[in-house]
Structure formats: structure tokens, C-alpha cells
Design a protein around this ligand. Structure first.
Ligand SMILES: *Cc1c(COP(=O)(O)O)cnc(C)c1O
Length: 401
């Protein structure tokens, strides 16, 4: 039976007493989902344009996915990496196929994937000169996760400042400004890391010349190019991985979020050359990473991408989202810009957007921000024109109010 509003409020109060207060959560207790819609414990229905932060690619409560997870639970959930397991073997092969990379290491999250990528790059550099003082070049406004290594390369000082000395020497260049990146590099630069489309930093896509310049420069200097595809990957831009649009291949790539569609998984992948000259037995590990349950999730996710032609669907529907958001920008003076790529879009406002998000939520639409002034649109990839219209209607009313 559905809870009353009062009961929901009690649950929220309890959560606020017990959980560490690291989030300003929406005042909603979610209960279940179905396709593009979510329901809270009172039974209220929401159209979801957030997808659990770019996670639920094929929407909620997908029967085929749920059944695959249940079947794996009845076989075995965990083995440790002292053993091989069939779902992991299959997932590695599939992930290589879709990414064009050669070697896979499975992790449990995006941050952890970036940790592994950075360790691989540092080891690669260390093997060349046995010097411990290598550096990494990252970009301003980047977001790579909350663990220490990932935090060190996150280009938002606000996230780093209170946490002391960072774990390595990191310099920050500017997105789509090759010279600004080049001038931060020196003989001790191990890697350049970037998101092909910046997510949290404001939905900023890298352009082709920038990526091509970085690629040529990295190859020339033997610096490793790392692409963080945690948010922009898995079909969100209309390509399985965002770099594939430009044909600019990284040396190391990280993936997570939609890879598990709700089961916490991630991976970092590399070329054979990097694999041969970086991490070896004993250098890196994880208890859960690549376990049969996680990999059963990955396998079914990739099956569903294929059987539903999800990436092609993104290419078909994304222009409609762009057109709709452009329409809102023309209509409302407080919107200064639309930007992004595929089903990863942002509307830039001349004021904070939290009030708009709260009003949209009251009217049954879930959105998130990317920074204080940007509304972010990262719906499940199954979204259709009908739901884009529904979103625009609720959002317009929220902006007007
Ligand atoms: C979300 C995100 C991460 C961190 O992933 P977690 O699973 O939260 O650790 C890293 N990089 C990018 C680009 C992300 O969007």
C-alpha cells in the first residue's frame, strides 16, 4: 500500500538522522520504476530525464534484464579474481568488440576505473625511466570521480581544496584549446586525461581538431591519451563511445554508469601496447570487480543495446531533443545557451536552476543540474519524441512560474 505524504516525510527525517550529509537530496523517496517513469512511495509518478545520472539506458524494470540478473543470482554471484568465470570472459570479449580496445580490467565504479587508468599510465612512464616524478595533464571543469586519484585530475578546485595534498602532480589545460594543454606538458608527463564530452562540468563536447591535435601530440611524445567515457560513453552521444564519432582512439579508456544499467560496474581498457608495458601480476586488483553477477549485468546490457538498436535510436531521437531545447531557448530570455551532444544536453541559464528543478519535480518531472546554472538532460536512451514533448511542457511551466 502507498505511503502517505506524512510517512514519506518521516522516512526522509530518518535518512537525514542516519546518513552522512554529503548530498542535498530531492525530498522524494523513490520506490519503483517502469520504462521512462519513476514512482515514489506515495505512488506519485515522475517522468525521468536523469536516468539515475546517465545510468538506466533502457529505462526501468526491463524484464529481460531483470530475468538475466535473477538467473545469475541462482547460479553464482561472486567468485573473486582467483578464478575465471564465464560471464566475465564473455563480457571482456564483448567490451573489446564495442570499444576496439585490446585489454579489459573490470572495476565497480567510474572513479575506480579512472584510478586504474592513472595507475597504468604512471607505471608505463615509470618503466621508461624509473623516475617517480611523473605528472598528469587534465582539463579545467573536468570531473573524474571522488577517490583521491580521480579527484586529483578533477578540474574543479572546490572539490579538491579541503582534502590536502593531491596524490600526484596534475596540471590543468583548457577544453578545446590545444595550446593550453601542450604548454602544461613536459618530459615527465605520463598522460593527458579528458572526457570526450564533459558532463558535470557543463555538457561541453570536445571538438575534432582538439582531439586530433592531442592524439598526434601524445603519439609524438609517447604520452598516453586517456578518455574518460564514464558519462558520455555507452551510446549516449549516438556512438557506442563518444570518441568513435571522431575516430580518435585513446590509449586507455574508462567506462561505467550505463555499462551496468544499475548494477555497480565499470572498466578500464587499453591497447595491447600499453598492456604490455604497464600493469602486471600483483600491480592492481579488486575483490568484486568482474564478478559473475556484475558481468551478467554487462552482458545483458550489451545484448539489449544490440537487439533494440539503441545507439541508432539515440541518433534518430537526439535531434528532436536538440530542436525542442532550442525552442525553449528562443522562448525564454533566461536561457542563454544550449550545448551538449546526442542525449547528453544542457541548457545554460543566467541564474541558478535549483528552483526550476524543484518546481518541475512538483509537477512530475525529474531533472538534474550540472553546476548551479545549467540544467542537464540525460534521459534513458529509450526516450521518444512523445516524452520529450511532455518534458518540455512541464519544464516550460516550471520556468514560467
Ligand atoms: C560519474 C562520473 C565519474 C565517477 O563515476 P562513479 O561511478 O560515481 O565513481 C567519473 N567520470 C565521469 C565523466 C563521470 O560522469
Amino acid at each position: 500500500m502507498a505511503a502517505t505524504l506524512e510517512e514519506e516525510k518521516k522516512m526522509i527525517d530518518e535518512a537525514e538522522r542516519d546518513l552522512l550529509h554529503t548530498y542535498n537530496r530531492y525530498q522524494v523517496v523513490l520506490d519503483r520504476g517502469d520504462g521512462m517513469y519513476l514512482y515514489d512511495v506515495t505512488g506519485k509518478k515522475y517522468l525521468d530525464f536523469m536516468a539515475g545520472i546517465a545510468v538506466f539506458a533502457f529505462g526501468y524494470n526491463n524484464k529481460e534484464y531483470n530475468d538475466a540478473l535473477k538467473a545469475q543470482i541462482d547460479k553464482i554471484i561472486h567468485t573473486s579474481n582467483y578464478f575465471y568465470n564465464e560471464p566475465c570472459i564473455r563480457a571482456a570479449k564483448r567490451l573489446k568488440e564495442i570499444s576496439g580496445m585490446d585489454r579489459v580490467f573490470f572495476t565497480n565504479s567510474g572513479a575506480e576505473s579512472n584510478e586504474g587508468a592513472l595507475k597504468a599510465a604512471m607505471k608505463y612512464a615509470w618503466l621508461k625511466d624509473k623516475d617517480e616524478n611523473h605528472n598528469i595533464v587534465a582539463l579545467e571543469n573536468s570531473f573524474h570521480g571522488r577517490t583521491y586519484g580521480a579527484l586529483a585530475v578533477t578540474g574543479n578546485a572546490h572539490y579538491r581544496e579541503p582534502f590536502g595534498q593531491m596524490v600526484c602532480d596534475v596540471r590543468f589545460g583548457k577544453m578545446n584549446d590545444f595550446e593550453s594543454v601542450k604548454e602544461k606538458c613536459d618530459a615527465k608527463t605520463a598522460a593527458i586525461i579528458l572526457e570526450v564530452v564533459q558532463g558535470e562540468g557543463g555538457l561541453i563536447p570536445a571538438n575534432k581538431e582538439f582531439l586530433e591535435s592531442l592524439r598526434a601530440f601524445c603519439t609524438e611524445r609517447d604520452i598516453l591519451l586517456i578518455f574518460d567515457e564514464v558519462q558520455c560513453g555507452m551510446g549516449r552521444t549516438g556512438y557506442m563511445y563518444a570518441w568513435q564519432k571522431f575516430g580518435v582512439k585513446p590509449d586507455i579508456m574508462t567506462t561505467a554508469k550505463a555499462l551496468g544499467c544499475g548494477v555497480p560496474v565499470g572498466a578500464f581498457l587499453m591497447t595491447e601496447h600499453v598492456a604490455e608495458h604497464s600493469l602486471t601480476a600483483g600491480d592492481h586488483g579488486t575483490t568484486y570487480g568482474g564478478n559473475p553477477f556484475a558481468c551478467a549485468a554487462i552482458n545483458k546490457v550489451l545484448d539489449l543495446y544490440e537487439s533494440t538498436h539503441l545507439v541508432e535510436h539515440v541518433r534518430d531521437v537526439a535531434p528532436y531533443l536538440e530542436k525542442t531545447l532550442d525552442g525553449l531557448k528562443d522562448r525564454f530570455d533566461c536561457i542563454t545557451e544550449r550545448r551538449g551532444s546526442g542525449l547528453m544536453q544542457g541548457l545554460v541559464f543566467d541564474r541558478p536552476v535549483r528552483g526550476i528543478i524543484d518546481r518541475a519535480m512538483e509537477n512530475g518531472l525529474i531533472l538534474i543540474n550540472a553546476g548551479p546554472n545549467i540544467l542537464r538532460f540525460v534521459p534513458p536512451l529509450i526516450v521518444t519524441e512523445k516524452e520529450i514533448d511532455e518534458m518540455a511542457e512541464i519544464l516550460s511551466a516550471a520556468i514560467e512560474a
